[in-house]
Design a binder for this molecule. Structure first.
Ligand code: HPA
Length: 276
């Protein structure tokens, strides 16, 4: 395999050749329901993942696998419109490669969003949750393998994986919008099966407030590179076994659609207030 750093540089150079070298303040990974926000950027340039050197080859995304660079609320941002999930068959190293490319482009702040199942029984579908911490118990992890010291330390801190200042900003902004922002710990499951009721009971005992199949690999890679991360989940459904009904993807999509407006306005206002 070509050296990671060389691959990052090549991808970053290609993107720069398309979008110009003006600094980009914030990287954004837009999860279910939020992808449309990338279409609202001003002066936008969109690049298909398939055109970017070394980007994972996608057979799953259809048309929405692209980076969009442009202006949102006065800040220059780079959005991933569609992300790579571990359950699709990508290696953890592939899942986090776009974050490493963002870093190679000088981006050191990241917003990650996702759809998640609510484990905390005081939550309800449609709630937004600030991710204050995470749990990942499966063995696969993105920084396994040779360490690239120029990116980060071999053994790196995860105490403040979700930046306290950005969490405070998100609370403040949601308050001023009159939005309720729940908060809690997001637990990673590999998927693509939804969890069993027993797994959800176990997750709750362990301290999880929400469960999902994304975000944690990206956060780990960002922490490795000492990028500041803000994470927000949309609670699209109560996790398995909480309500007496099966889980399905249609419900997840339906709720994320219903919350789209509130989620978008929170992301916009947070972006506006985001210190860069
Ligand atoms: N579990 C895992 N991932 C999810 C869920 C869930 O209940 N809802 C949305 N993404």
């Amino acid at each position: 395999m070509e050296k990671l750093i060389d691959c990052m540089q090549e991808a970053a150079m290609y993107i720069t050749s398309r979008v110009g070298s003006e600094p980009i303040s914030i990287g954004m990974v837009l999860g279910s329901g939020l992808g449309g926000l990338a279409d609202e950027l001003e002066d936008a340039v969109a690049i298909s993942y398939k055109d970017i050197p070394h980007f994972p080859v996608s057979t799953v995304f259809g048309h929405k696998g692209r980076l969009v660079v442009g202006i949102l609320e006065g800040k220059r941002v780079m959005c991933m419109q569609g992300r790579f999930h571990f359950y699709e068959g990508y290696g953890m190293d592939q899942v986090v490669f776009p974050i490493q490319v963002m870093h190679a482009m000088g981006i050191n702040q990241l917003l990650v969003t996702n759809a998640a199942g609510g484990v905390n029984e005081s939550f309800k579908p449609g709630d937004l949750m600030l991710i204050t911490d995470h749990i990942k118990l499966i063995a696969e992890t993105p920084m396994r393998g040779p360490n690239y010291d120029s990116l980060g330390e071999r053994f790196f801190d995860m105490t403040s994986a979700y930046d306290k200042g950005l969490c405070a900003l998100a609370r403040e902004v949601s308050g001023s919008l009159g939005l309720t922002l729940q908060e809690g710990t997001y637990m990673f499951f590999a998927g693509p099966a939804y969890e069993t009721p027993a797994e959800i009971r176990a997750a709750r005992v362990l301290g999880a407030d929400a469960v999902g199949m994304s975000t944690v690999p990206e956060s780990i890679a960002a922490s490795h590179m000492r990028m500041k991360v803000l994470g927000i989940s949309c609670i699209t459904n109560m996790a398995a076994g909480i309500l007496d009904q099966p889980l399905n993807h249609a419900e997840v999509m339906e709720t994320s659609n219903q919350v789209k407006e509130a989620f978008t306005s929170l992301v916009r206002s947070v972006t506006k207030a985001w210190p860069v």
